[in-house]
Every structure is written in C-alpha cells, then in structure tokens.
Design a protein around this ligand. Sequence first.
Ligand SMILES: [Zn+2]
Length: 198
Amino acid sequence: MHYPEPIAQLMESYMKLPGIGEKTAARLAFYTVNMQEEDVTRFAKSLISVKRDLQNCSICGNMTQNDPCDICEDKNRDQSVILVVEHTKDVISMEKMQDFKGLYHVLHGVLSPIEGTGPEDINIPILIKRLQKDEVKEVILATNATAEGEATAMYLSRLIKPSGIKVTRLAHGLSIGSDIEYADEVTLLKAVEGRREM
Ligand SMILES: [Zn+2]
C-alpha cells in the first residue's frame, strides 16, 4: 500500500519508537490525522521540548530543567550520603519511595568491556571529583543486579574505599537482573534499609 507522503513520514518517526512496527505506526499516524489541532501542536512541542529544555545536572548527572537540579539545590537533604544509580529513571523510582533523603549520582550507564564502555565513558570522573570536595560519609551503590551492574559496583567500591568513605550496596531484595525501575516501593525501601557494606 502506498501511503500519502506526510503519513509515511509520520509512520517512519513512530517506527523509531521501541516496539512499534508498521501496522501500529499506520494506526497511530491515521489516529494523529484525526486528533484536535491543539492536541497535535502540544504533542509536537513536547517532543521538541524534551530534547531542547532538558540537560544533565552538572553536579549529579540527573536529568533536569535547571542546573543544578532541585535535589542538589535542596539543602534539607542529607549531604553526607550519595546514592549511585544507572539512570535518571532510577532516581524517579527512589524519589517515589519518599524515604531516601540523601543525594544522588547518575552514571548514565554501566561499565561494559564487551561494548567498550570504560569509566571515562560514564559519569564516574565527576563522581570521584565530587567525593574529594564534598563532605560525603557514605556512598550507596544502587546499580542494577546484572553482571555489568555488579562489576560497576565492584569497580567503584575499589576506587572509593581507600578514601575512607563507607561504601554500601543495596540488599538483594532486588533479585538478580531486576531493575530498580520496576521494583515496587516496599522492595526498594527494604533494599536500602538492608544495604550491606562492601
Ligand atoms: Zn543534581
């Protein structure tokens, strides 16, 4: 079937999204044609906005509209604890739990020798600088319980421990391979409470 050019272009964009094949893309494209003009405009603007108006916090790496982010700017938070996660989505999950009152550090990935991802390729150098000047007493490593997540935690532990800062790892309430993103709040709370020293 030959689609009109604007439809074909929109379909091509939808198909760049995960899990969307040609059929779904066609359905979404035709649905979009029938949407209210103002809804389509808002949709288009928000797509541009997520690229244009977001940046990574220069302190913690969290995705934010303001730099430094609201969490780093919040002086009521415990400045002596930093919880290290892989992605911004993990910060959102932890914040939903409403129990962790320390600071974060977002790595934007994990170490992966197979994919050639080394310490300089993720947000590790800034973390190390941060630990040198801030009054941090504990670093909680909350990378996922995957092989890469564990290896990254081990690497960071070896790097940080000589400085005398306490290094802990989330308890294995989070089973192997389970992502922080998908853990419920009770499981996350237990994982933080039951963290063990590395
Ligand atoms: Zn921040």
